[in-house]
Design a protein around this ligand. Structure first.
Ligand SMILES: Nc1ncnc2c1ncn2[C@@H]1O[C@H](COP(=O)(O)OP(=O)(O)OP(=O)(O)O)[C@@H](O)[C@H]1O
Ligand SMILES: [Mg+2]
Length: 252
């Protein structure tokens, strides 16, 4: 389990994550939703120790994230950041191999090669694996970074807007893949999504943030209703039931 206790981040006296105490489960798919600036990336960045907290703590399987050795955390938790800048001229396969670094420290084992192959296949990157990362389209590059995180093969997989730049078939493919990782491999997937319908259809739980605090938290059925969504986003929604899933429309 990942547990945050009173986690807080402040920039220039503005509190952007405000005393957040939340537990994320050992397995399943948890989607984090909320408007731009709500604090989603800041929360995930503190959980994964990319960012220091101003107050509070994070424990991953009981390990204090801010004090445990980085490698111990990296074996348990991986993160796909919202913005991934990689300017080096390296191939897709080399990017995915980076994901093995906490395990291999640069010397790939047979298991590493297998995990890299699997991740490349899962993300439909076979035809690009020897291509430079700078020679891909935005969506292909995004898939390479998702493959890197998958190759790390951690129990907790945090993804900040993994569907960025993806076309509908690949976005759906990624959501199905994440669902499978949770169901068949027992992983805990925590992802930030702006497409609330993907959150509704593929998650076990939706956590909504607004102004640095969690304002709704529960099964998709409990969050995906017009009133709750209006409170989260300050706009009107219509929610319909489609084959047992709640689907929101919000174009007007
Ligand atoms: N380095 C920084 N310095 C000052 N303010 C920052 C910094 N990083 C983030 N913020 C502010 O903190 C708030 C939360 O940002 P965060 O990136 O967590 O939002 P988000 O929910 O991920 O939004 P988005 O959906 O746009 O990615 C925003 O108001 C943002 O402007
Ligand atoms: Mg963000």
């Amino acid at each position: 389990m990942i547990t945050t206790s009173d986690l807080t981040k402040t920039y220039d006296k503005t509190v952007v994550v405000d005393n957040v105490s939340v537990s994320l489960p050992d397995a399943g798919v948890t989607s984090v939703i909320g408007a731009n600036g709500a604090g989603k990336s800041t929360l995930l960045s503190m959980i994964s120790r990319i960012l220091d907290a101003d107050a509070g703590s994070v424990a991953v399987d009981g390990l204090d994230v801010f004090n445990a050795p980085s490698r111990e955390i990296a074996k348990r938790l991986s993160i796909l950041r919202q913005e991934t800048h990689m300017t080096a001229r390296i191939t897709v396969r080399e990017v995915v191999e980076f994901g093995r670094y906490p395990h291999s420290r640069g010397r790939l084992t047979e298991e590493c090669v297998q995990k890299v192959d699997e991740a490349i296949a899962y993300c439909d990157l076979g035809e690009f694996e020897q291509r430079g990362i700078h020679e891909l389209s935005g969506g292909q590059r995004q898939r390479a970074f998702i493959a890197m995180v998958l190759a790390q093969d951690t129990r907790y997989v945090l993804l900040d807007e993994p569907l960025n730049n993806l076309d509908m078939p690949h976005a759906t493919g990624v959501m199905k893949l994440l669902r499978r990782l949770a169901d068949d491999h027992g992983k805990s997937i925590v992802l930030v999504l702006h497409d609330i319908n993907y959150a509704s259809v593929y998650s076990d739980r939706i956590v909504a943030m607004k102004d640095g605090v969690i304002t709704a938290d529960g099964a998709p059925e409990s969050v995906m209703n017009a009133d709750t969504l209006e409170r989260i986003y300050d706009m009107r929604f219509s929610v319909i039931d489609l084959d047992g899933d709640k689907i929101a429309a919000y174009f007007r």
